[in-house]
Ligand binder design. Structure first.
Ligand code: FES
Length: 221
């Protein structure tokens, strides 16, 4: 195992989630179109894209074609019973991620808490800046954060810069899943293991060569 891989798979802390307060995402994901909000699409579970149901239950990797996802849009798919958000980010959204105004609002802008693999420990929390991949589970009590990608003076809240708002207790995240300061959620949204198998296809559930990251080692999911 490389030193990168060893670091990547290491646990950086323990925080037992309040399982009793969490939802059953297997049953919720079909309702996620409404829950996730403007610009989101729930990706259909079609045989052509996904392995058979029995292998999915075992957590088999899932290939996702990025080409139909329009700039500003995200899709939601299910992997290991978890909603996975896959975004196509606009140049404007990437600018906001690096802006002083956004950085000043964040609790962990540099992703110091182990909530993502080493290959996504960067300002965009992803392999390629323009495509984001996140676990859509609020780190407070596990609701589905709603997607509001566009800056707005008033929607969903005053002076919004784009990102996610959790409808349960108001936690906010930027488009890279970085949590705001002063909200109930303590940590950034997790980034699942994933890799590019070509320019327009990712595999969720599989690391790039040399990495052994798994969600089992993060601080909280
Ligand atoms: S579950 Fe998201 S803010 Fe409480």
């Amino acid at each position: 195992m490389s030193s990168d891989a060893a670091t990547d798979s290491a646990s950086h802390g323990q925080h037992a989630p309040a399982e009793g307060g969490r939802r059953d995402f297997l049953s919720l994901v079909t309702a996620a179109t409404a829950a996730i909000g403007v610009g989101a699409v729930v990706w259909p579970f079609v045989d052509s894209m996904n392995p058979a149901a029995d292998t999915l239950a075992a957590g088999a990797p899932v290939d996702v074609d990025l080409s139909p996802i329009q700039p500003g849009q995200q899709i939601v798919l299910l992997w290991r019973g978890k909603p996975i958000l896959v975004q196509n980010r606009t140049p404007a959204a990437l600018k906001v991620l690096q802006s002083k105004e956004m950085l000043s609002r964040l609790s962990d802008p540099n992703s110091r808490v182990h909530q993502q693999p080493k290959y996504a420990t960067n300002w965009h929390r992803s392999i390629k800046p323009e495509f984001g991949v996140l676990v859509g589970i609020c780190t407070h009590l596990g609701c589905l954060p709603e997607y509001f990608p566009n800056p707005s003076k008033s929607v969903p809240v005053e002076n919004w810069l784009g990102g996610y708002l959790c409808p349960c207790h108001g936690s906010k995240y930027d488009i890279a899943g970085r949590v705001y300061s002063g909200v109930p959620a303590p940590y950034n949204l997790p980034v699942p293991p994933y890799t590019f198998i070509n320019d327009h296809t990712i595999t969720v559930g599989k690391n790039p060569a040399g990495h052994t990251f798994s969600l089992g080692g993060i601080v909280q999911i």
